[in-house]
Design a protein around this ligand. Structure first.
Ligand code: NAG
Ligand code: NAG
Ligand code: NAG
Ligand code: NAG
Ligand code: NAG
Ligand code: NAG
Ligand code: NAG
Ligand code: NAG
Ligand code: NAG
Ligand code: NAG
Ligand code: NAG
Ligand code: NAG
Length: 611
């Protein structure tokens, strides 16, 4: 048995390296997105070319062509460091939008679309700005009297399958879709009971009993409103009264389940906790401070707004207004304004940095390794095809009625993009997902490549002691191949005439008990950014990433833990006065990112780059 295992290791040892280092960026974020010499703008040109070809009936094929041609869409990039990235935009107007009776016949970056469920992110962001951390732990029963009453009446006869534990579900849970509550909370539109009352044959198709219409009309005071958007009498308390006795789908906090209902409740909770109407809350927390002049929490009915809005279907459906649902899907915005929201998140404009960082942590897993959930971030774990580095992509997708939307934020690159779409045929979501795939496949490797090229220009080189009083020098290189493990390679390191790198490579190998024992490899000594404090102090700290990882090996989840988890195995192991000996701190020009000096805090020394 032992022999076989060792052989398995030996064979896999030579398999292509799978990168599994520290989480986070491999290089400082790229500063040049838009110039002709940027890899990113080259990738962008490729993407727009493919879109052009597709709209002309080729490129992505017939289906792609039909999805894109029949959708109106706007797409734009943004970057924290390159303002001109926002000039990289692409717009298409579908024949039917062009021919429509209402709304715009021209699309640009200030064209208004309904952003559907991107509203959920905007609502949560407003909550992040206005609430204290503790408010997120408030149980829903403290906010909604009818839920409190329901809990009281059912407490004598606990039944976790039949009754929702409203007193165990917090405001933070519903912002992360982990309340375990139903998706909508009441039967609307496609509910078979409702379809069946109009057309009894639908019931037969499913073998379902005849519904008791009186019963559900009695139970849900908001039914009419939500289904037809006919009157706006339905308040959040009426809605909550209707859903109180619905059965749960999961136990509180147990599993993600996409819930629009949760965001109706979140809107009510934010109003309750702040004492402000949602319209005021949005305006005060986000729209005004960020200058979002084209973002609206009510449908654009004034002529001067309506004629800048994409109306793909009818006015009744596209401008439907049921105020309690606005926090979930009723906000209207533009790619320019959504970009401002994205930039403000990347730059922590409205939140302290620590709260932004915590907001970007996942709250729950999904059934797939590549997707996780935050509040209510839909987190995609992109694996770079060349070197298998993982980059988290924070997204929110919107998909409702004639509209679809995407806000995408990639903190590792201080970069993001937005796509808004609409279609009278209802193909807008497939269209923008197809576009986002093209963009991602093309632009993610380009962002990595551009970051690597800028690190080469700004940080790589030979560093020596100022005045050369000491025989101390460091040589930092950048891997020339995209396939190599990323970061800055310490290819030479002499401290006061002592070769540090040999010692370091050997020691790192011994820190992790590998089977079989690996030879020390000088190239494996790499550093990656850990603290980016560019805007305020102009510093970027780096740490040693890992020992040459071999990546996942089937059947050795426990034994490979140290190999692939540098966050627990090698980082911060070698210290001097409790300062990691491999901590490298660059002082950079805030504008260009070019290094001024490099300090090695453990060695109490500052080095300068030989130009
Ligand atoms: C960038 O390229 C475009 C077309 O490829 C050209 O029109 C433009 O002048 C170039 N800009 C610069 C600054 O070189
Ligand atoms: C652009 O597309 C061409 C042809 O498909 C490809 O060779 C090139 O690598 C692409 N460039 C970028 C930056 O994606
Ligand atoms: C796009 O759709 C319009 C209307 O359906 C049609 O006239 C036009 O030919 C289509 N374009 C392509 C490239 O198929
Ligand atoms: C959808 O797009 C395709 C391809 O452009 C076009 O042939 C078709 O006519 C469009 N359909 C409608 C209903 O506009
Ligand atoms: C980001 O914030 C810094 C201040 O911390 C500010 O100087 C900079 O202009 C901001 N960048 C953008 C793109 O808003
Ligand atoms: C444009 O609208 C008119 C009137 O609604 C309709 O008759 C015509 O078929 C439409 N044309 C296209 C290309 O959709
Ligand atoms: C329908 O539900 C109501 C209560 O909402 C009840 O009074 C009535 O008896 C029910 N009808 C049938 C046929 O079950
Ligand atoms: C919030 O809800 C609680 C419990 O229902 C209520 O006592 C309080 O008045 C509400 N506050 C606001 C500002 O609506
Ligand atoms: C938004 O509108 C206000 C008031 O009309 C104006 O002062 C401000 O410049 C506008 N901001 C932007 C970004 O357009
Ligand atoms: C849009 O509305 C404004 C104000 O009502 C008007 O000045 C403008 O001409 C309209 N634009 C179009 C394209 O209809
Ligand atoms: C450098 O090495 C020499 C000889 O070992 C030693 O005397 C001196 O203290 C060292 N200087 C520093 C700054 O480490
Ligand atoms: C500096 O130290 C290195 C490593 O010990 C040695 O090879 C080199 O000759 C020394 N250079 C000087 C100028 O002393």
């Amino acid at each position: 048995m032992r022999v076989i295992n060792t052989l398995a290791f030996l064979v896999l040892y030579w398999a292509p390296t799978v990168h599994a280092g520290l989480p986070g960026a491999s290089y400082p974020p790229p500063r040049d997105i838009s110039s002709n010499s940027s890899s990113v703008s080259a990738a962008w040109k490729n993407v727009t070319k493919i879109l052009e070809q597709t709209l002309a009936g080729e490129g992505l094929g017939l289906v792609g062509s039909s999805l894109l041609n029949n959708s109106t869409f706007s797409m734009g990039l943004f970057s924290l460091y390159d303002k001109d990235a926002s000039f990289l935009q692409y717009h298409h107007i579908s024949p039917s939008t062009l021919n429509g009776t209402f709304g715009t016949t021209h699309v640009d970056s200030d064209t208004i679309y309904r952003v559907a469920s991107v509203s959920k992110l905007i609502t949560t962001y407003a909550g992040m700005v206005e609430l204290e951390d503790n408010d997120w732990n408030t149980p829903l029963t403290k906010i909604y009297p009818s839920l409190q009453k329901f809990i009281q009446t059912t407490s004598t006869d606990p039944d976790a399958v039949r009754n929702i534990g409203w007193d165990k579900i917090t405001v933070g849970d519903i912002a992360a879709h982990i309340g375990g509550i139903p998706r909508l909370g009441l039967p609307v539109a496609s509910d078979i009971a409702l379809l069946g009352t109009a057309d009894p044959s639908t019931l037969k198709v499913w073998g379902l009993p005849t519904p008791n219409v009186t019963q559900f009309v009695d139970q849900y005071p908001c039914l009419k409103d939500l289904q037809f958007g006919t009157d706006t009498e339905c308040g959040i308390q009426d809605y909550v009264q209707g859903i109180a006795s619905n059965p749960p789908r999961y136990l509180p906090g147990n599993s993600p389940l996409y819930s629009d209902s949760g965001f109706f409740l979140l809107g009510g909770a934010l109003s309750n906790l702040t004492g402000k109407s949602m319209d005021d809350l949005y305006r005060e927390a986000l729209f005004k401070p960020l200058g979002l002049n084209n973002t609206l929490s009510n449908p654009p009915t004034k002529p001067e707004l309506l004629n800048r809005t994409v109306i793909a279907s009818t006015l009744e459906t596209d401008l439907i207004n049921v105020p309690i649902t606005t926090p979930s899907g009723g906000i209207y915005s533009t790619i320019n304004d959504l970009s401002k929201i994205g930039i403000s998140i990347l730059n922590s404009t409205l939140l302290p940095v620590d709260r932004t960082n915590r907001w970007l942590q996942p709250v729950s897993f999904t059934g797939d390794l590549h997707y996780a959930l935050g509040r209510p971030w839909e987190i995609y774990r992109y694996v770079h095809p060349d070197n298998n580095v993982v980059t988290n992509i924070y997204t929110k997708l919107g998909d409702a009625g004639s509209y679809a939307s995407l806000l995408v934020v990639i903190p590792d690159f201080d970069f993001g993009f937005t796509i808004l779409g609409a279609s009278s045929l209802g193909v807008q979501t497939q269209a923008i997902q197809l576009i986002a795939d093209q963009l991602t496949n093309s632009i993610m490797p380009a962002l990595m490549d551009q970051a690597r090229r800028e690190a080469f220009k700004n940080l790589a080189g030979i560093y020596t002691h100022r005045g050369k009083a000491l025989n101390t020098s460091v040589t930092l290189t950048v891997p020339s191949s995209a396939k190599s493990a990323p970061g800055l390679v310490i290819s030479k390191w002499v401290s006061n005439s002592t070769d540090v790198i040999d010692q370091l490579a050997k020691t790192l190998v011994h820190l992790v008990p590998h089977i079989p024992q690996r030879p020390a490899n000088r190239n494996m000594v790499r550093i990656v950014p850990t603290i980016r404090d560019i805007a305020s102090s102009g510093q970027i700290a780096f740490q040693m990433e890992t020992v040459d990882p071999t990546g996942p090996i089937q059947g050795h989840m426990f034994s490979e833990m140290y190999n692939v988890g540098s966050w627990v195995s090698t980082i911060d192991q070698l210290t001097y006065h409790d300062i990691p000996i491999n901590e490298f701190v660059f002082s950079v020009d805030k504008k260009t990112g070019k290094v001024f000096s490099l300090s090695l805090p453990a060695y109490e020394i500052e080095l300068v780059r030989n130009e």
